[in-house]
Design a protein around this ligand. Structure first.
Ligand code: C2O
Ligand code: CU
Length: 496
């Protein structure tokens, strides 16, 4: 080969290498996320086809002004102290984690609809700082507990007071929203039950359950538990009594629950009662990560007990008379479809949408903050180019959630409950099914609708919490609302 030709070949090789390396380098560089940023500067503004507005991201009312009532004596007041310490599982080993008031799960808070709840969070020893997010409770934005969006993380040695009125009955839970993928897995959570006002003396008023118990399911270090106990938990109940069990999935993946030993009804999902649920047997119901399912049944008259399954693996709850035996912990194969369960009922808004958003979840190779990998995408873009869905107060909003990412995602919108309209193009035919956490399997598309009636800046993310730290999140913001809090910053806020 002549010298000139060799020279040409070397030039071509260099050019070819640069043609690969330069764009890659650019992609790498473009993916870098600053240590400190304001979520208002993130992502892709999406008006959902609604009217344009003066969306100046840094003008308007700050999220910190949307608080619960400032004065007035609380009806329920509790101090919750967070610690990093080991947890002694009942009938199980001791594991490293986090506690609230010395235990995990932390306290079960019970309130009555309309109560003013005041929770003082004291961080005694959580080194990264912590917060409490009221999962499924549509609190005013400043009480939402998201580090870097609605407040600063509460450092060890500091405290923070949450005050809000619980307007909706139902089963809820609360958990840290600071380094949440680590703190929630480690046990930094508790449950909140809002009971209906006493039914009063009206004859034929609502049946009051004689047994009402929470079953908070959590996996500590590979061991599935119900209310912090490995294996079988026990709740005494007389034959003939009506029992409501509030199953809360605090894990990162979906699980099934079921009732064995008596027919049962699914009476509520994500805190909202279903309309005219019917008796089912030999059927399980899916509880998505972060979701809640309330089941109700009558304890058999023959003296036997009933078992509430928690995904198999030995953890379950038995309800019945002392010493009674319950059926085995076998998971029924049939699964309830909430799209067609119960009976339709009027819904409180017209399906006439002011805005329609898409939340299309995929997965692509690329760089996330400089790290190469296969990362989640939302509407074809990777974090930090995630949607900022913009609404005006009062809008009726439709959101289409599509998942083609190869994995299930439990999608959780803060501050609102959404009505499930359809799945894969099939409209719902059963009870109105309201969710704050929705299990979206691979190759599924859901349409949901909600009313924008709670101004603020709200996270809308996957509740498989490691997925959030891998970029699977978006925000919903209201026109005229802004936040001065920053992710990172002096408080080292890390909401994921
Ligand atoms: Cu249960 Cu954004 O969280
Ligand atoms: Cu996910």
């Amino acid at each position: 080969m002549s010298r000139a030709r060799r020279h040409l070949r070397a030039l071509i090789a260099t050019a070819a290498t640069l043609a690969i390396v330069v764009p890659l380098g650019w992609l790498w560089w473009a993916s870098l996320v600053p240590d400190t940023y304001n979520v208002m500067d993130m992502g892709v503004v999406d008006l959902g086809g609604g009217p344009d507005m003066d969306h100046d991201m840094h003008a308007g009312q700050d999220v910190s002004t949307f608080t619960g009532p400032d004065d007035g004596d609380p009806d329920v007041a509790i101090t919750v102290t967070a610690r990093k310490e080991s947890i002694e599982l009942v009938d199980g080993p001791t594991v490293d984690g986090y506690t609230l008031n010395g235990t995990s799960p932390g306290p079960e808070i019970r309130a009555t609809q309309g109560d003013l709840v005041e929770v003082t969070l004291v961080n005694e020893s959580v080194p990264d700082g912590t917060t409490l997010h009221w999962h499924g409770v549509d609190v005013p934005n400043a009480e939402d507990g998201v580090a870097g969006v609605t407040q600063d993380a509460v450092d060890a040695g500091e405290e923070h007071v949450y005050r809000f009125v619980v307007e909706d009955v139902g089963t809820y839970w609360f958990h840290s929203h600071q380094v949440s993928h680590e703190q929630v897995r480690g046990g930094l959570f508790g449950t909140l039950v809002v009971e209906p006002k006493p039914p009063g003396l009206f004859p034929g008023g609502p049946v009051v359950d004689t047994v009402d118990v929470v079953a908070a399911v959590h996996t500590y270090d590979g061991r599935r538990t119900v209310n912090g106990k490995v294996g079988e938990s026990w709740q005494q109940a007389e034959p003939g009594s009506v029992a409501r069990v509030r199953v809360v999935n605090t894990d990162n993946g979906p699980m099934r629950t079921w009732v064995a030993g008596a027919p049962y009804q699914v009476v509520a999902v994500d805190g909202y009662d279903l309309n005219e649920p019917t008796d089912i047997t030999d059927t399980s119901v899916l509880v998505t990560a972060g979701g809640r399912v309330d089941v109700e049944f009558t304890v058999p008259m023959d003296g036997s007990a009933v078992r509430i399954g928690a995904g198999g693996g030995g953890a379950s709850l038995v309800v019945g008379p002392e010493g009674a035996t319950a059926p085995d912990d076998d998971e029924p194969e049939a699964e309830l479809d909430l799209l067609s369960y119960g009976e339709p009922a009027p819904i409180p808004f017209e399906l006439d949408f002011d805005r329609s958003f898409e939340y299309r979840i995929g997965r692509w190779p690329g760089f996330l903050d400089g790290r190469p990998g296969l990362w989640w995408t939302v509407n074809g873009e990777m974090f930090p180019d995630i949607p900022m869905y913009v609404v005006a107060e009062g809008d009726v909003v439709r959101m289409t959630i599509e998942n083609t990412s190869g994995e299930v995602h439990p999608m959780h919108l803060h501050g609102h409950h959404a009505l499930v309209l359809s799945r894969n193009g099939e409209d719902y035919t059963g009870s109105p099914w309201w969710v704050d956490s929705l299990n979206v399997e691979d190759d599924e598309t859901y349409e949901i609708a909600f009313v924008a009636d709670n101004p603020g800046v709200w996270m809308d993310h996957c509740h498989n919490l490691p997925h959030v730290s891998e970029g699977l999140l978006a925000h919903l913001m209201y026109d005229g609302v802004t936040t001065d809090y920053v992710v990172g910053g002096d408080a080292d806020n890390v909401p994921e």
